[in-house]
Write a protein that binds this ligand. Structure first.
Ligand code: MTE
Length: 338
């Protein structure tokens, strides 16, 4: 994905006033339709055809949450430092989270996704869950979101381009969704696919990547309690530029693993192809765990620019989630399997 890392927008940003309360989230959730942020001209920047170089408590399923968004309850959050479910670090302002994006289906510039995604319609929406499982199905998004109570998770997000944010997500554990499908013993990996809609996603009309965008996790990574299927942030439904209506969040991995606008989740026996690994395998691995001691071929990963901050900060192994996830990789050479 990413081109060379760029400077983030204005460092001096008014703190987001938004910590919207649950009621506001629910109101917004009910009323949400495509957000017309603006319709641009698409990938005018893409004059050349060359690839851009770079992207820049497992709850048992609980079907008791009412379909009426107005009655959704936040799950009691066991959100302590040791769970990794939250952090005391200042949250990145909403304005930045929603205007400084990577979503190449809408363009390559950080401002393009907000500018060019106004025609994208995130509802109605279905997700197909299939592959190596006993109960494959295609499910309406609202039904899927009832499979576990929504939770708030405040996660660091570290892009492979060496910038980072702290984002308060709303979502449900991916494990709750996967368990519903009853994966069989051959299910070793989980593959994810973004919607293919070139008529609404101007970037898909250009050969930037081999569309649709695809990603994957090993099944133990997918089942990990930190792995989230997010449908909102800052208490509001996801805007199109952030991956509406449903995206993956894997906080210990580089941001490109967080595939947006998911329409398919498949259990596979073999490691599935992933978009950035396919585009530039020497630069982007399948695992993509945040690793400050393993530089990208074209830049250091030792430090990062937190959007809104002036000084760079050190990047932490596994993005600060080593306590929760390092054991998943016992015995693996993380320099080879990057
Ligand atoms: N998903 C799709 N479908 N297309 C993309 O281009 N970009 C990835 C990831 N998910 C991308 C995607 C990258 S590189 C990052 S850093 C994050 O989304 C950015 O998420 P954000 O824009 O919400 O911060």
């Amino acid at each position: 994905m990413p081109k060379l890392p760029r400077e983030p927008p204005a460092a001096d940003i008014t703190p987001e006033p938004l910590w919207l309360r649950r009621r506001e989230f629910l109101k917004n959730a009910g009323a949400f339709t495509a957000t017309a942020v603006g319709v641009g001209t698409g990938l005018a920047l893409l004059g050349n055809r060359g690839l851009p170089r770079g992207p820049g408590a497992v709850a048992a399923a609980t079907p008791s949450v009412a379909p009426d968004a107005g009655r959704l309850e936040l799950a009691p959050a066991p959100a302590t430092a040791s769970t990794g479910f939250t952090t005391e670090e200042p949250k990145t302002p909403y304005e930045d989270v929603t205007t400084y994006n990577n979503f190449y289906e809408f363009g390559l510039d950080k401002a393009d996704p907000a500018r060019n995604s106004g025609l994208f319609t995130p509802r109605p929406w279905t997700v197909t869950i299939d592959g190596e499982c006993n109960r494959p199905r295609t499910v309406d998004l609202d039904t899927l979101l009832e499979w576990a109570p929504p939770e708030e998770r405040v996660y660091r997000m570290r892009c492979v381009e060496a910038w980072s944010m702290v984002i308060p997500w709303m979502g449900i554990p991916l494990a709750a969704v996967l368990k519903r499908a009853e994966p069989n013993s051959r299910a070793k990996y989980v593959a994810f696919t973004t919607v293919m809609r070139p008529e609404q996603m101007p970037g898909q009309r250009r050969p930037v990547l081999d569309w649709p965008y695809v990603e994957g996790l090993r099944i133990d990574e997918a089942m990990h309690p930190l792995t989230l299927l997010a449908h909102g942030l800052y208490g509001k439904p996801l805007l199109n530029q952030n991956g509406a209506p449903l995206r993956l969040v894997v906080p210990w991995k580089y941001g490109f693993k967080g595939i947006k606008s998911i329409v398919r989740i498949s259990f596979t026996e073999r490691q599935p192809p992933t978009s950035w690994n396919a585009a530039a395998p020497e630069e982007y691995g399948f695992f993509a765990n945040v690793n400050p001691s393993l530089d990208h071929p074209r830049w250091s990963q030792a430090s990062e620019r937190r959007i809104g901050e002036f000084l760079r900060r050190k990047t932490l192994p596994f993005n600060g989630y080593a306590e929760q996830v390092a054991s998943l990789y016992n015995g693996m050479d993380l320099r080879r399997s990057f």
